[in-house]
Structures are given as structure tokens and as C-alpha cells.
Design a protein around this ligand. Structure first.
Ligand code: NAD
Ligand code: UDP
Length: 317
């Protein structure tokens, strides 16, 4: 009998789920990856083909999940995650945050497994507190276009805390702030692949609004490290994981032009409704609780990401 513990990762063919799967395998877990391929791609996990510790199941987790055998950890990462995706897929987004969370919690409960859900800085909405601490309740428009994502995640957090309190389950909640790196989808509309794709393909850089809104970008290996540490912790309330280095979107556009060596113009387009004006994680809790903090400088992470998209575009053409 294998002594390895088994982890289930929903959304395993996505950007973060695939990196998390790699980390869990490296830590000596067996991994069962579940994904409906709604916004993900098997390309992100094709390097795991033939790995005896990895199994992939194509399944929509808004439907009942049946798995034989032991499971020790469940990571629920399945969900459309980019504003363009969840505006296009509003019902799927609401369902995976509600029914998908219910089913994955049910699986973890039946197996006596630890549970960790990928929540988001979007639970803070367009924040009136800056930087955002976990104690902030947020400023979300429930009926705006982003409400389908924000409220699904807020409901998911409430349900996870409900299962923790009612059933004594070992649950964790990570609030992820804008994360970037290889395996993002070029056309998912998020600002990192959007600007890099435009710069590399000789198209103007599309800054929404005046570009004064801010974001704080975390490189994927740092985020996954924080999430893995959280999964091993004994803490049950939400924890922010992100990189506090904040910049305006206009500044980010200029950085992308610099690092790609592009001379494309910056053009301005309409700011989407309810686009948060500021976003920066307060990571005091993660530092104290997990001894974690981001290590990869923006300049290093962005070059790796640009190199990934350069290779990706070369293969495509
Ligand atoms: P992604 O789109 O690359 O991955 C999501 C994956 O979930 C995809 O592979 C998709 O096919 C799968 N999926 C969606 N609905 C499903 C369903 N019903 N059943 C099974 N699989 C389904 O996005 P990502 O950036 O990797 O995000 C992963 C998680 O992290 C999401 O829950 C997202 O909300 C959260 N998150 C990400 C960020 C970020 O910056 N990347 C920030 C905050 C929160
Ligand atoms: N943005 C932009 N141009 C684009 C895509 C995004 O100016 O082509 C802006 C967007 O309006 C937001 C920020 O970049 O202010 C980050 O957007 P993203 O879609 O990455 O995710 P968000 O942080 O809003 O969830």
C-alpha cells in the first residue's frame, strides 16, 4: 500500500490549479485533478501524463462528485476567474461557487479530509479600506456585472465557515490577490496576459479608464507557496495571500512596454463597471501565521511570464 496522502484539486487544468498540482506532487502527495475544461486547458497538465501519482478526471463539480478511496486534502479551485470569463459565464460562475463548493465540501466531509477554498480579493469589492485586511467586510455591488463572481465567492466563504462550525471540519480559506505567471490563458482578458499579448503581437496596449486604478501583482510560485503553507496550518478564517507591491495600471502598461521592448502606443478604453479603484493586500496575518512572504520581485516574475508567452506564441504561429 502506498503511504502517500491523496489530494483532490478542482480546477487542476487551470492556471493556479496546475501549479498547485505540481507543488503537491513535489511534496509527495498523490493528486486527483478534476476539471470540466470550461476555462482551463489540458495543455497545463500534459507534462503530468504518465505520472503514476496523478490522475485526471474531466467532470463538472457543480454535479455530484463520486471518488472511491481515501482523500486527505481537497482544494477547491474550479471557477471562471477573469472578469471577461465570468461576465461571459455568469450562471456557471454562480453555480461553481455555490453548488461546486457544496459538493466539494460534501466530498471532504465524507472522506474526513482537510478542505481549502480559493477565495479572492474581490470579496472586498471596490474597497473603502486600503490596504485590505482580512477583517474588512468589503464593498460589493451584489447586482452589478461582477456580482456573480464576488457574491459566489462570498457565499462560498460563508458555506465553508458553516461546515467548519456545524461539522467541525478542518477548513481553510485563502483570499488570493492578482496573481500572474506562466500558463495564464493569453486571451482570458486579465491585464497581465492582455498587455503582454498586445505588446508581443504588435498591438496597442488597452488601458481601461485613465489607468489610475491600482493592482498588486504576485508571482505564481510565491502564491502557491503561501497556499501550501496555509493548507498545513491550523487556521480556519480567511488569509490574504498576495504581493503588496502596488502599481497603477498605467504604470504596469509602461513596465510591459519596457520589458517586452515594444514601442506600441497606450490607448484608453472605457473603464468596466465597478472596476475596483485600488487593491493591495495587507499580509501581516500570513507573515505571522505562516512565516510566509513573497520572494519573487516583479522585475523577475514579469520576465519569466513574458518568456512563457513568447514561446507560446511561437508554437502557435
Ligand atoms: P483558470 O480559469 O485558469 O482556472 C479555473 C479552472 O476551473 C479552469 O481549468 C476551469 O476549466 C475549471 N472550472 C471552472 N468551472 C468548473 C466546474 N464547474 N467544474 C470543474 N472545473 C471547472 O483560473 P485561475 O486563475 O487558475 O483561478 C483558480 C481559482 O483561483 C479560481 O477559483 C479563482 O477564483 C481563484 N482566484 C484566482 C486569482 C488569480 O489572480 N489568478 C485571484 C483570485 C482568485
Ligand atoms: N485592464 C486594463 N486593460 C485590459 C485589461 C484590464 O486596463 O486590457 C485593467 C482593469 O480595468 C483592472 C485591472 O486592469 O483595473 C486588472 O484587471 P484584471 O482583468 O486583470 O482583473 P481584476 O483585478 O480587475 O479582477
Amino acid at each position: 500500500m502506498s503511504q502517500k496522502k491523496t489530494a483532490v484539486v478542482t480546477g487542476a487544468a487551470g492556471f493556479l490549479g496546475s501549479h498547485l498540482t505540481d507543488r503537491l506532487l513535489a511534496e509527495g502527495y498523490k493528486v486527483i485533478g478534476i476539471d470540466s475544461l470550461l476555462t482551463g486547458n489540458v495543455r497545463n497538465i500534459e507534462h503530468l501524463a504518465g505520472n503514476p501519482d496523478f490522475q485526471f478526471i474531466k467532470h463538472d463539480v457543480t454535479n455530484y462528485i463520486y471518488l472511491p478511496g481515501e482523500v486527505h486534502l481537497v482544494f477547491h479551485f474550479a471557477s471562471p476567474a477573469s472578469p471577461i470569463d465570468y461576465l461571459k459565464l455568469p450562471i456557471q460562475t454562480l453555480k461553481v461557487g455555490s453548488l461546486g463548493t457544496h459538493n466539494t465540501l460534501g466530498l471532504a466531509k465524507a472522506k474526513g479530509a482537510t478542505y481549502l477554498i480559493a477565495s479572492t480579493s474581490e470579496t472586498y469589492g471596490d474597497p473603502l479600506e486600503h490596504p485590505q485586511k482580512e477583517t474588512y467586510w468589503g464593498n460589493v455591488n451584489p447586482i452589478g456585472p461582477r456580482g456573480v463572481y464576488d457574491e459566489a465567492k462570498r457565499f462560498a466563504e460563508a458555506m465553508v465557515m458553516g461546515y467548519h462550525r456545524a461539522h467541525g471540519m478542518d477548513t481553510k480559506i485563502v483570499r488570493i490577490f492578482n496573481t500572474y505567471g506562466p500558463r495564464m490563458r493569453l486571451e482570458d482578458g486579465r491585464v497581465v496576459p492582455a498587455f503582454i499579448g498586445q505588446a508581443l503581437q504588435g498591438k496597442p496596449i488597452t488601458v481601461f479608464g485613465d489607468g489610475a486604478q491600482t493592482r498588486s501583482f504576485c508571482y505564481v510560485s510565491d502564491l502557491i507557496d503561501g497556499i501550501f503553507k496555509l493548507s498545513q496550518s491550523n487556521y480556519h478564517e480567511p488569509v490574504n495571500i498576495g504581493n503588496p507591491r502596488e502599481m497603477t495600471v498605467l504604470e504596469f502598461a509602461k513596465q510591459i512596454l519596457k520589458f517586452t521592448g515594444s514601442d506600441q502606443p497606450i490607448i484608453h478604453q472605457e473603464l468596466p463597471q465597478d472596476d475596483p479603484k485600488v487593491r493591495q493586500p495587507d499580509i501581516t496575518l500570513a507573515r505571522k501565521l505562516l512565516g510566509w512572504e513573497p520572494k519573487v520581485q516583479f522585475e523577475e516574475g514579469i520576465v519569466k511570464t513574458i518568456d512563457y508567452f513568447r514561446d507560446f506564441l511561437a508554437i502557435k504561429s
